[in-house]
Design a protein around this ligand. Structure first.
Ligand code: ACM
Length: 384
C-alpha cells in the first residue's frame, strides 16, 4: 500500500568524547545524503527523517541508544559507529531485534554479520597496500603504536603478519596508550622508537589522541622523510586538528581522500560545502557515511520497505557512483568493493595521492586470499 509517512532512521555518531571530531564528519556525511534524497522527493515521496542521539564515544551508550532507537523510536535501520568497540556493542542489539546497521568505518575485518552492511575498508583494501608501500619505500622493520581497544590490537597484528612476509621484515616494538592520551603519554613510546630505530611506524591511534601523537613525534625531532608514520585512521579530520606542518610527510591508506581528482568528487564536495560550510572536514569515513545512505535509499525504493528482510536482497550486489568511484556491495560478505589509495599528508592539511588502484578491489575481510605482493592488489604510482 502506498503511503506518505516519513521514514525514520537512526543516526548514532558521537557529538562528544574522544572520537567526536571524526564522527561529526560521518554524521554530516549522513545528513548530507539524507538532504539530497529528500530534496529529490524522498523515497517514493516519503521523507527520510533522521533520529539522532549522542553516544559520547562510549560503547555501552551505543548499545543502549541502539536499543532505544529500535524499541522507542521504532527505527528499522541505523547508520553509525566509528570505533570497532562501539560496532561490537551495537551488533548483538541489531541481531536480537532483526534490524540493520550500516557501518561506515575502516576496521580490522574478521567479522561478517547478516545484520550489517560494511562500507569502510577491510584489511585487504588498506592494510595490505600500506604494508607494501611502506616496506618497499622505507624498509621492513615496523613499530606498532595504538589506542587501547580491539581495532588497534587486531589491525597491528595484521600489519605485523604482513611485514613478516618481507625479507628482514619484523615488528620491532608494540605499545598501547589510553584513548584519551595526550602528548606526554607518548614520551616513553618515542624514546623506545629512538632506541630501536624502526624503518617506519604504524599508528592505530584513533580520535583526538592522533594529533597528540603526531605532535609528540614532531617535537621529538623525528623526520618523516626517513621514518614516517603510516596509518589507516589519520584522515583529513585529524590533519585539521594537528595542523599541516605537523602532518606533512606522513602516509595514510584509504579508499577516499578529498584530493581525488574525479569530477564526481569535486561536485560532491562543492555541494557539501555550499550546504554545510568549511568547518567539517570530509574524509573516507564521511564518504562511506554518505554513499551508504544512498545505497539504503536505492534498496528501499526497489523493495518498498525498510524491513531488513525486504531490503537485503536489493542491497546485496547493489552499486553506487560514489566520490571514490563506482562501489558495490559484495553479496557473500556484506562488505564493499573499494578503491585502495595511498596519500602523503601535505602542509595544506590534504593528502597528495601517490598510489592508486584503477579497478575496485574485492572485499576479503578474513584475508583468505590476499597476501603481500598479491597481483590483484597492485597499485599504480601517481605522478605528483
Ligand atoms: C575502528 O575502530 N574501526 C577504527
Amino acid at each position: 500500500m502506498a503511503h506518505s509517512d516519513p521514514i525514520k532512521v537512526g543516526v548514532l555518531y558521537s557529538e562528544t568524547g574522544v572520537t567526536s571530531s571524526i564522527e561529526t564528519s560521518q554524521r554530516y556525511g549522513t545528513l548530507f545524503a539524507i538532504d539530497q534524497i529528500n530534496e529529490a522527493g524522498g523515497i517514493d515521496g516519503r521523507e527520510i527523517v533522521p533520529v539522532l542521539y549522542d553516544p559520547r564515544s562510549e560503547p555501552a551508550r551505543y548499545a543502549a541508544l541502539a536499543e532505544k532507537l529500535i524499541t522507542s523510536d521504532k527505527v528499522k535501520v541505523i547508520f553509525g559507529c566509528y570505533m570497532s568497540s562501539t560496532r561490537k556493542a551495537v551488533l548483538p542489539v541489531v541481531e536480537r531485534w532483526n534490524r540493520l546497521l550500516f557501518y561506515s568505518t575502516l576496521y580490522e575485518g574478521f567479522e561478517c554479520s547478516d545484520h550489517l552492511i560494511y562500507t569502510g575498508a577491510a584489511p585487504n583494501q588498506n592494510s595490505v597496500q600500506l604494508a607494501e608501500f611502506m616496506t618497499s619505500t622505507f624498509g621492513p622493520r615496523v613499530y606498532l603504536i595504538g589506542s587501547n581497544y580491539i581495532y588497534p590490537y587486531e589491525s597491528n597484528r595484521i600489519m605485523a603478519d604482513l611485514v613478516s612476509q618481507c625479507p628482514g621484515g619484523a615488528k620491532v616494538g608494540e605499545q598501547y596508550v589510553p584513548l584519551d592520551a595526550t602528548e606526554k603519554d607518548f614520551k616513553e613510546v618515542l624514546e623506545d622508537i629512538r632506541n630501536v630505530q624502526p624503518d617506519f611506524i604504524f599508528s592505530t591511534v584513533v580520535g583526538d589522541a592522533t594529533q597528540s601523537f603526531y605532535r609528540a613525534y614532531a617535537n621529538a625531532g623525528f623526520d618523516p622523510s626517513t621514518m614516517p608514520i603510516g596509518s589507516l585512521t589519520t584522515s583529513e579530520v585529524e590533519l585539521a586538528q594537528m595542523g599541516g606542518d605537523v602532518a606533512a610527510g606522513h602516509y595514510t591508506s584509504a579508499p577516499y581522500f578529498q584530493s581525488i581528482p574525479r569530477e564526481a568528487n569535486r561536485a560532491c564536495l562543492a555541494k557539501f560545502r555550499e550546504k554545510f560550510g568549511d568547518a567539517i572536514a570530509p574524509n573516507a569515513c564521511w564518504e562511506a557515511a554518505f554513499f551508504q545512505v544512498h545505497l539504503f535509499a536505492q534498496a528501499m525504493a526497489a523493495s518498498g520497505s525498510d524491513d531488513i528482510d525486504a531490503l537485503m536482497p536489493y542491497l546485496l550486489g547493489s552499486a553506487f557512483e560514489a566520490p571514490q568511484g563506482m562501489i558495490r556491495i559484495e553479496a557473500s560478505n556484506h562488505h564493499a568493493y573499494l578503491y585502495p589509495r595511498i596519500g602523503r599528508a601535505n602542509s595544506d592539511g590534504q593528502f597528495t595521492i601517490v598510489r592508486e588502484t584503477r579497478e575496485s578491489v574485492y572485499p576479503d575481510p578474513y584475508l583468505v586470499t590476499h597476501a603481500l605482493g598479491d597481483s590483484a592488489l597492485q597499485m599504480t604510482p601517481v605522478e605528483t
